[in-house]
Structures are given as structure tokens and as C-alpha cells.
Design a protein around this ligand. Structure first.
Ligand SMILES: Cc1ncc(COP(=O)(O)O)c(C=O)c1O
Length: 358
């Protein structure tokens, strides 16, 4: 599904220089690479602030805590996004409510939102799933009259942009993950939140570091230690200039899959700047048979994600009454094909041949 050694090999000289910069500076936490990375990410996204943290899940949790309006306690999210928002919201002490997704985009269905919103809901999370920029404006138009904040999960869509602007700039705040397989991946864990609100950025900076509003001065309760370390900041700065071309390559791979797929297999398209081709997902009438066929041709597959959040064993008892027909049906039929920027053309050809011969 991926081979991280290829990007490391391709970028070895630049990565060695980045590592050496950190050693030479002897700043290992929140030093110059960290400061520069935050500024570069904010510029890429078109937000006033970027606050780097230790992982994408931390970014989600701290973002929810920094944006939840006083007196509200419910987070609304789609249930098909891998459970990260659910984990973050529960760790932040919030209740989670689920909304169904659109059958075409697999992103939150703005029309379904009205049924789950009430005065307890404080934040709606829009996840840009598989690399596709979701319709944030439609979600905002439902939420804002009710005083509900909208935030983005951009973990799978860094670099995507639509007429509304780049993802990460279109709501109250946005979370990013730099897990190594992401389109912009670190060599370890990392995350960030972008926002154009001075107030939200200030809360995030305090929450990520013990609640400090000054050194050794705890001004915000409930802080923790979640920092992006200096080496990862240097790695991400090194890799950011390659992001646009790599996103283009990923889209090109998915385009080939779309062109050749046999009937009974629908490859989700990844066209234009509004999609960065993070995952090549197909919807198959008979998933088991498609996976068997691909695996017989030595092509690995995966499922993102097999268990919707409300059916996860850790908390499904709380959601016994919840039914999300589109989410549940898609979870039975989706399959992910290999797609990463360093795939060779032979490898892409092999996947295409297997898709065409199904
Ligand atoms: C959509 C989405 N949100 C959040 C995360 C969490 O990021 P992390 O693994 O860095 O905690 C991930 C990936 O892992 C993700 O794909």
C-alpha cells in the first residue's frame, strides 16, 4: 500500500541538511524550525495562524476544546472517518453525535445535519475525506444561524483548494495530521491547527503547553504537553515544497484507475485542485470478490474504514438507537487501492491491469 523508504531515499540529501540544521542550532523543542514551519503552514493554508502540536488526534482534541462555545457540549461528526474525531472529542470530555454522509462524496451530508442539531451542539466537524475538499460553505450556512461552530479535519486533504479557498481556511479552525503516510508526512507523529482567530490561536498555544500563558504561569485550565518537535518541523519544511507535485501525481494515479475499472467497481474520482488523491477508494458491489481478485495478482488492498464510529465495540452500546444507512452501506462496499506519489509506472500498470480484468 505504501513504501516510505522511497521518499526518504529521494529526499535523502535535503533531509540530511534539515537534520544537520537542527543539530547545529541545538534547539530541539519549539526552536526556529518550529516557528518557520508554523508560518509556512499558515501561508500554505491562507490562515492567520498555525499552531503545531504532537499529532493529528491532539490537533482535533485541542481544536474542539478551543472552539466549543461556553455552555455547549456536543460535537457532531460523520461516522466514516476512522474514529479520530470521536477519540479526540471523548478525550476532550464532549459527547459525540453522528450525521450521515452523502453517497457520492462520502463527506458529511449538509441536508442530514438539520436532524441532529440542537442547542447542546457546539461544534460540527467537516472531514475532507480521502483527499476531497468537502462543502464547508453548505455546512456553515446550516450551523452559523444556530451559533454552532464549524471546524475542518484536513488530515487527508492538505493542499486541496476550491473556489471557497484552500482547505484549512474555510471555517473557525482546522486540524492537520502529519502522520508519515499523509500527503505531507513527518518521520514520526505531528499535527497542527490553523485558524484566523487570534483568540482561538491563543487558547491553542496555551492548551498545547501545560496551559501556560507565560513561562511557568498556568492561565488556562486543562492544558497538556503536545508539541511538534524541532526535527519533525525541519522534515516537514523540507517536504512542503514537493507537496503540490505529489498531489498531482496522486490524482494522475487515481485517474488511471477510473479509466480502466470494470463494471461493478466505481473508483471515486479525484479531479482538479479540490482533491489531493490521498486515498484511491473504490465502491464495489462484491468487495470480497474484488479483494480476492486483486490479491491473487499480488496487489494489496485495505479498507478505510471498516467499522463506522457508532458501531465500534468500545462505545456502540451508547449508540444502539443510531442508524446511518449511507455510512453503514458504504462501509460494507469500500476498498482502498495502492496510491502514493512514489509508485512506479509498472506498479500503477499492474493495478490497472488487475482492475480491468476483474
Ligand atoms: C481524517 C483523519 N483525521 C485525523 C487523523 C489522526 O491523525 P494522527 O494519526 O496524526 O493522530 C487521521 C490519521 O491518522 C485521519 O486520517
Amino acid at each position: 500500500m505504501n513504501d516510505l523508504s522511497r521518499a526518504i531515499d529521494d529526499q535523502r540529501a535535503e533531509l540530511d541538511r534539515a537534520w544537520t540544521r537542527v543539530l547545529d542550532s541545538a534547539h530541539v523543542v519549539m526552536g526556529p524550525e518550529h516557528t518557520a514551519f508554523e508560518a509556512e503552514l499558515a501561508a500554505l493554508v491562507g490562515a492567520n495562524h498555525a499552531v503545531a502540536v504532537g499529532s493529528g488526534t491532539d490537533a482535533l482534541e485541542l481544536m474542539l476544546r478551543a472552539t466549543m462555545p461556553v455552555g455547549r457540549e456536543v460535537v457532531v461528526t460523520a461516522a466514516n472517518c476512522g474514529g479520530y474525531t470521536t477519540t479526540a472529542a471523548r478525550r476532550g470530555g464532549f459527547a459525540v453525535r453522528y450525521v450521515d454522509v452523502d453517497a457520492e462524496t462520502h463527506c458529511v451530508d449538509p441536508k442530514a445535519l438539520v436532524d441532529v442539531l440542537d442547542a447542546r451542539v457546539g461544534v460540527v466537524v467537516v472531514t475532507h475525506l480521502y483527499g476531497r475538499a468537502a462543502d464547508v460553505a453548505a455546512v456553515r450556512s446550516v450551523c452559523e444561524p444556530l451559533g454552532i461552530r464549524v471546524v475542518e479535519d484536513c488530515a487527508q486533504a492538505i493542499g486541496a483548494s476550491t473556489v471557497e479557498g484552500p482547505v484549512g481556511s474555510r471555517a473557525d479552525a482546522a486540524a492537520f495530521s502529519f502522520y508519515p503516510t499523509k500527503n505531507l508526512g513527518a518521520l514520526g507523529d505531528g499535527g497542527a491547527v490553523t485558524t484566523s482567530s487570534e483568540e482561538i490561536a491563543g487558547s491553542l498555544r496555551a492548551l498545547r503547553q501545560y496551559g501556560w500563558d507565560g513561562k511557568y504561569r498556568i492561565g488556562v485550565d486543562g492544558g497538556r504537553n503536545s508539541r511538534l518537535d524541532e526535527v519533525q518541523a525541519a522534515v516537514l519544511r523540507t517536504r512542503m515544497p514537493f507537496l503540490g507535485a505529489q498531489n498531482q501525481t496522486r490524482r494522475g494515479i487515481i485517474r488511471r484507475y477510473v479509466e480502466v475499472a470494470a463494471s461493478g467497481v466505481r473508483v471515486l474520482p479525484a479531479e482538479g485542485a479540490g482533491h489531493v488523491g490521498h486515498l484511491a477508494v473504490v465502491v464495489a458491489d462484491d468487495r470480497a470478490s474484488l479483494r480476492r481478485h486483486l490479491e491473487s495478482q499480488l496487489i494489496r488492498t485495505d479498507v478505510h474504514y471498516p467499522v463506522p464510529d457508532h458501531l465500534q465495540s468500545a462505545f456502540r452500546d451508547e449508540y444502539a438507537e443510531v442508524s446511518l444507512p449511507v455510512t453503514e452501506s458504504l462501509a460494507e462496499r469500500i476498498v482502498t487501492l495502492p496510491c502514493f506519489a512514489e509508485m512506479t509506472s509498472d506498479e500503477v500498470d499492474r493495478v490497472c491491469a488487475a482492475l480491468a480484468s476483474y
